[in-house]
Every structure is written in C-alpha cells, then in structure tokens.
Design a protein around this ligand. Structure first.
Ligand code: HEM
Length: 129
C-alpha cells in the first residue's frame, strides 16, 4: 500500500524523484539542466517550498513569479503551455507513484493553479511588439 505524505522526508522523496524525471525528460529537461548550477541548493529550496505549502511555517522565502520570468527571458521567451503541461504530468505521475491521500490531491491542485499563474505572468512580462 502507498503511504500518505506526512513530513519533510516524504516531501524530500517527492521532490528528488520528480527532478530526476524532469532532468531526464527530452523535451523540458534542458531548461533545468542549463540554468540550475547548484542542484543541492535548488532541491533544498523546492523541498522548503512544498513543505511550507502543505505543512505551513516560514522556511520558503522566494519569489517564484520573478524566478520564472527570469527563466523565460533566459530561454528567449520560448516557453509555452506545452512545457507546463509536461511539467504537470510528471508532477501528477510522481505523486501517484509514491503516495496516496488528501495531500496528494492538494499538491496536484496547488501545482495546477500555480502553473497557470506562472505562465500568465511570463506571458504578461514578455516584450511587446
Ligand atoms: C515548464 C515549466 C517550468 C520550468 C521550465 C521551470 C524552470 C525553473 C528553473 C530553471 C528554476 C530555477 C530558477 C533559478 O535558479 O533562478 C525554477 C525555480 C522554481 N520553480 Fe520552476 N519551472 C517550471 C514550472 C514550475 C511550476 C509549475 C512550479 C510550481 C508549481 C515551479 C516552482 C518553482 C519554484 C518554487 C522555484 C524556486 C523559485 C525561487 O525561490 O528561486 N516551477 N523553475
């Protein structure tokens, strides 16, 4: 039987498994592999992000909107809803593979919502013309 998401160790397993798949993905892996230089730092930050999201607290202090506007500029504003779709599919797949329960649904819902915000913000921040 799969387990529930109960603590930071579970979030760590989720985030590590997710990024292993992301990095190996032929369509979107290079975005991450090219831009992220310090993987330990990135994974720690993302574990903080999702831990704070589910269990509260103040560990994550960042600005995902700003970070992704930079990512979009770095890749010449080529990121589309297609890439976000792949990201979300891998997120859902990893959650279902490892865990079950209420937090799984919450993490799917929150990621879907956030990806919409991130993408709209990227789009709005693109140079007009
Ligand atoms: C195709 C879609 C996506 C791409 C290509 C992407 C790429 C990246 C990259 C390259 C970074 C590192 C930025 C840096 O080092 O400055 C990053 C950071 C981050 N990403 Fe994404 N991302 C995507 C979607 C998402 C989604 C859907 C979420 C959440 C639901 C998310 C959450 C985050 C967070 C929390 C950070 C850390 C921001 C910070 O505090 O610096 N990303 N992303």
């Amino acid at each position: 039987m799969k387990k529930q998401i109960e603590n930071r160790e579970d979030i760590s397993l989720l985030v590590n498994t997710f990024y292993t798949k992301i990095r190996a993905n032929t369509e979107i892996g290079f975005y991450f592999n090219d831009m992220i230089k310090d993987w330990d730092e990135h994974l720690d930050k993302l574990i903080d992000f999702w831990e704070t999201n589910i269990f509260g607290g103040k560990k994550y202090k960042g600005n995902p909107i700003e970070a992704h506007n930079k990512v979009d500029a770095y890749f010449n504003h080529k990121i589309s809803s297609h890439e976000f779709g792949i990201w979300l599919n891998i997120w859902f797949e990893t959650l279902d593979e490892l865990f079950e329960g209420e937090h799984v649904d919450t993490l799917k819902r929150r990621a879907r919502k956030m990806s919409t915000f991130l993408y709209l913000s990227m789009f709005e921040n693109r140079p007009k013309g």
